[in-house]
Design a protein around this ligand. Structure first.
Ligand code: NOJ
Length: 562
């Protein structure tokens, strides 16, 4: 087996990635929508933070049914974001600063306005017909009972040819048929187009959905549910490894790049298969398991408080299973998830400590960490009381569907406040001026009203800010091999409020203690205390005077011992 070796780290193993959601990052021309010139104007800020790689959510031409995750033209830039010339300048400016660029690769589906789909739907014998999944109805209904991830059926009837097409997401996002070798070759060609421009990798959108189980079986339908569960037939399907290995052979292996596959429903066993270097598929995956721990059965909108033991067990499982076998990505946030400080921390009196504690807990683990814009300043969830202030298609469709099922408005809003994707999509808070310095125009989505208190300008001016805590974590990863390669061991598994673990590499050790509660906590462990007394404090979020097993609310401390 080929494993990763100390002293020979790949660049993406010591890197920290920063995700930009371009629509909400920085508006350069005052139209209320973030754009490429806006990004260029903030590169110094990212350099100051010290991140190595930018992952850019889609900037391709799109009618924006799902904010760019519905692509109309893979080789053109969305007009609202700028031009290809702007893109080239951005890439050059990034590279000049030693930063790398990872693009979003959205190839499970296209927009229904993509030329391939326009052709495909035009007639049954069009050469593009089999670029998508077309199927006649079954007993006058959809071919299967599957629900789409954005509410409603996963099939849409098309009058023109009297057949249904498959769309796992919105009906403006028809699924590409990866069984067709022509589709795969088109995708590979497009990937080479971007790699030849000099981009440094891809984040692959729902990439473990590209192989579907043949035969179109119905999914299990739970009582009270409108649709059957299609996920057993679309996640990690029968040809997924073959497709990824082909993509690797034909494209990825020819460049020095990084790849991360977004993979809902990937277990640790599957993740090892996807990321083991000798299998030549992708470098790492995004798991969803830790993001599902605060959901009750029936999906993300059914709320359940997090039990810290579940989180410890889950992250520990990923840390140990992939060690020496594959590679982890580490994340709390992205454009689909609520803000972590509101979710697993505290966004009121302990916001600053909680944000630093969460960062510490994640960044001291093994893997490649991802920071989502605004996380580094502790941005928080938003509660718009008026539904019309929400923009996200997933949220709006869910609202309508639940209302029709008899849910009451207040309960639906509660789910949106806790889980809605727009929590992550309000504009980046740059300063305390109007619209948080994001735009001089009318922002496409309202700014979080807490921008006067939480913004980058304030963070840069305060040496104890969350921003500088992240800066230190990013720098430590580059300085200390133990963070990249050390073995992970969970400590005090049964403590209900403290997440404690150590990392061990040769005779070096890191001890990480994190209090996930707003109460003081205590560990009972004389041996650990003795070790802490011989160690130095590497990082802390509250000032410590002496080694102690007492932790203040949301306190985090890292000891280093050799
Ligand atoms: C996952 C993306 O992260 C999400 O934003 C998008 O809506 C779906 N895939 C569909 O592309």
């Amino acid at each position: 087996m080929q494993t990763f070796v100390k002293g020979d780290a790949k660049w993406w193993q010591t890197a920290t990635v920063y995700q930009i959601y371009p629509r909400s990052f920085m508006d350069g021309n005052g139209d209320g929508i973030g754009d490429l010139q806006g990004i260029i104007s903030r590169l110094d800020y990212l350099q100051e933070l010290g991140v190595d790689v930018i992952w850019l959510s889609p900037v391709y031409d799109s009618p924006n049914d799902d904010n760019g995750y519905d692509i109309r033209d893979y080789e053109a830039i969305m007009e609202e974001f700028g031009t290809m010339a702007d893109f080239d300048v951005m890439l050059e400016e990034l590279h000049k600063r030693g930063l790398k660029l990872v693009m979003d690769l959205v190839v499970n589906h296209t927009s229904d306005e993509h030329e391939w789909f326009v052709q495909s739907r035009s007639s049954k014998d069009n050469p593009y017909r089999d670029y998508y999944y077309w199927h006649p109805g079954k007993d006058g209904k959809e071919p299967t009972n599957w629900g789409s991830f954005f509410s409603g059926s996963a099939w849409e009837y098309d009058e023109k040819t009297a057949e249904y097409f498959l769309h796992l997401f919105s009906k403006k996002q028809p699924d590409l048929n990866w069984e067709s070798p022509k589709v795969r070759q088109e995708v590979y060609k497009m990937m080479r187009f971007w790699l030849d421009k000099g981009v440094d990798g891809f984040r692959m959108d729902v990439i473990n959905m590209i192989s579907k189980v043949p035969g179109w079986p119905d999914g299990e339908k739970q009582p009270g549910q409108l649709y059957g569960d299609g996920t057993p037939f679309i996640l990690n399907g029968p040809r997924i490894h073959e497709f990824l290995q082909e993509m690797n052979r034909e494209v990825l292996a020819r460049y020095d790049i990084m790849t991360v596959g977004e993979m809902p429903g990937a277990t640790t066993d599957l993740a090892i298969q996807y990321t083991a270097p000798e299998r030549k598929e992708v470098n790492m995956v995004f798991t969803f398991e830790h993001m599902d721990l605060d959901s009750a059965p029936g999906g993300k909108w059914n709320l359940k408080p997090l039990n810290l033991l579940d989180l410890k067990d889950n992250l520990t499982k990923w840390q140990t299973a992939l060690h020496d076998k594959g590679w982890n990505s580490l994340y709390w946030n992205n454009h689909d998830q609520p803000r972590i400080v509101s979710r697993f921390g505290n966004d009121r009196e302990h916001r600053v400590e909680a944000a630093k504690m969460l960062a510490t807990c994640l960044h001291m683990m093994q893997g490649t960490p991802y920071i989502y814009q605004g996380e580094e300043i502790g941005m928080v969830n938003v509660q718009f009381t008026d539904l019309s202030d929400y923009r996200d298609i997933e949220t709006l469709n869910m609202y309508r569907e639940r209302l029709s099922q008899g849910y009451v408005h207040e309960d639906i809003m509660k789910s949106i406040y806790v889980k809605g994707r727009d929590n992550a999509r309000t504009p980046m808070q740059w300063d305390d001026s109007e619209n948080a310095g994001f735009t001089t125009g009318e922002p496409w989505i309202r700014v979080n009203p807490r921008y006067t208190e939480i913004n980058a300008k304030q963070a840069l001016a305060d040496e104890n800010s969350i921003f500088y805590h992240y800066q230190r974590l990013i720098a430590l990863r580059k300085e200390m091999e133990i963070i990249t390669f050390g073995e992970y061991r969970l400590l005090h598994r049964d403590h209900p409020a403290v997440f404690a673990y150590e990392r061990v590499l040769g005779d070096e050790k890191l001890i990480v203690l994190c209090n996930f509660s707003s109460e003081p906590q205590e560990l009972d462990d004389e041996e650990l205390l003795a070790e802490m007394r011989q160690a130095e404090v590497l990082l802390e979020n509250l000032e410590r005077r002496e080694a102690s097993l007492s932790l203040r609310p949301y306190e985090a401390v890292v000891y280093y011992k050799k």
